[in-house]
Ligand binder design. Sequence first.
Ligand SMILES: [Zn+2]
Ligand SMILES: [Zn+2]
Length: 183
Amino acid sequence: MKEGIKDTLAFDMKDFRHEDFKEYEALVPSASLDLTYEEAEFISPLSCTVALFRQGGDNIYVTADVTTTLLVECRRCINPFEIDITTALALLFSIDNESSEQDEDEEGERYYDGETLDISEDVRRALVLEIPSWSLCSETCKGLCPQCGAELNTAECPCEITSETPVPDSNPFSVLSKMLKNS
Ligand SMILES: [Zn+2]
Ligand SMILES: [Zn+2]
């Protein structure tokens, strides 16, 4: 049974008390998950399909498919362009009736309080991993002339470039390390 479209990734278990399976569609504003990056702008809401499966008692198996659009800068010509990213999660939630220190447990195992099941942080982390560290507007992008800065996709420049001329800012890890600092 499908619900109306939600705008959050927190699920009220009261709605799920007498069910074994439920599928939700959600359109979640990226800002509500703190997805704000300079290098990669989340320009559309996260489009999510989330399914909850009861696995006996209060253990809930959750799958989520999430798609969204990023505006990133081409690393060669520095023009912004859009890319779609997508991620899929599978998590097993059980009730936490001991300490709340259990969040960092094994991959895919989560705890909840029995009332609200929130996958926002899991989705946020999974999406951050999908942000490309090396984006090109096209495989054949010619980039900028390292000497005069002309955009070689659209302009000719008089410089003589040899194949030894280094492409500026060609470290694919610099964006990633910046993002890790921001997150
Ligand atoms: Zn480019
Ligand atoms: Zn030039």
